[in-house]
Write a protein that binds this ligand. Structure first.
Ligand code: GLN
Length: 307
């Protein structure tokens, strides 16, 4: 592994180079609370499997996880349900926007994968069936893995999204009409929105995602996923984690990754570490413009991709 001071210098130069790219994107304004975030912010952090953490820019500022939370929710549910999950949701790239209604109708209420909104609603539904508290279950994993007990839901973001959540409500009701939700639709939507509204920093998130780089092993040494399950989650991250831009992301970055409309992207360097970026200005697919560019530069300069 490259020494930490060298990695620090690399992150510093990448942060400085990509920050101006925010001007090429737009913050997510369909959730009003996210529209208020300063688009010029940028953070990047790397947590290594050896225990080191380096970061640059706004890497200690908390931001809204949004769909990045879906990576953790899927890991938790896959560990419990195994292959049975795949009767409820597919695992193919969507090639459509993350909130598309059209595809769901074509496919009779079975979402294409767990990382588009409809698929994540199914995952939340399974968490609710298992524990009755999908948000609490997610928070427990995030707190334990990041080592930060104060990680929590930003209630302003949650209520802002809930008040504008007509499209997700449509997806959920549509799936319920096909019998593909086990719990009350409003409860599923409520937990989904609160999971998305969890706030964490790049550094905290990079630590929290390390189990995916350690082949399923958690911070306390226990196994969240088997080696084979961790491989599978990483495969779905690579093929579906950045929505209809997953092909371009694989081409440019070459890492399993999960983005969110808060501007965060979590990526996994299997066996090495977890690299997280945050830049609130998004491209048309809903991925951080400065974030994707930073990851592209990082893997290009280090050669650390899965390819
Ligand atoms: N909460 C957001 C939504 O449901 C998450 C979408 C995202 O981050 N791509 O629209």
């Amino acid at each position: 592994m490259t020494p930490l001071p060298e990695l620090q210098a690399l992150l510093d130069s990448i942060a400085e180079e990509v920050r101006p790219l925010a001007a090429r994107g737009r913050v997510a304004d369909y959730i009003p609370a996210l529209a208020a975030v300063d688009p010029s912010r940028f953070g990047i952090a790397l947590a290594t499997v050896e225990g080191g953490v380096v970061g640059s820019g706004d890497w200690e500022a908390r931001f809204s996880l949004q769909s990045v939370s879906k990576a953790f929710a899927l890991a938790w549910v896959l560990a419990r349900d195994g292959d049975a999950l795949w009767t409820r949701v597919g695992r193919e790239p969507s090639g459509n926007p993350f909130n598309s209604l059209v595809q769901l109708e074509f496919e009779h209420g079975i979402p294409r994968n767990p990382f588009i909104n409809a698929g994540a609603l199914v995952v939340v539904d399974r968490m609710l069936s298992h524990t009755g508290d999908a948000t609490g279950t997610l928070l427990e994993i995030l707190r334990q893995e990041s080592g930060r007990a104060d990680v929590d839901v930003d209630l302003d973001v949650a209520s802002s999204e809930a008040a504008h959540g007509h499209r997700n409500a449509a997806l959920a009701h549509f799936m319920a009409s096909y019998g593909n939700l086990e719990n009350d639709v409003d409860a599923v939507l409520d937990h989904y929105v609160r999971q998305c509204a969890v706030a964490m920093s790049c550094g905290e998130l990079a630590r929290a995602g390390l189990f995916l780089a350690r082949h399923g092993v958690r911070a306390d040494g226990s196994q969240l996923l088997t080696r084979s399950e961790a491989k599978r989650v990483n495969a779905i991250l690579l093929t579906c984690g950045t929505y209809d831009a997953a092909g371009d992301f694989a081409y440019r970055v070459g890492l399993p990754g999960k983005s969110g409309v808060g501007g965060g992207i979590l990526t996994v360097l299997p066996g090495r570490g977890c690299l997280v970026v945050w830049g609130p200005a998004l491209d048309r697919a809903g991925n951080s413009v400065a974030g994707v560019e930073a990851l592209d530069r990082f893997t290009t300069r280090t050669g650390w991709s899965v390819f």
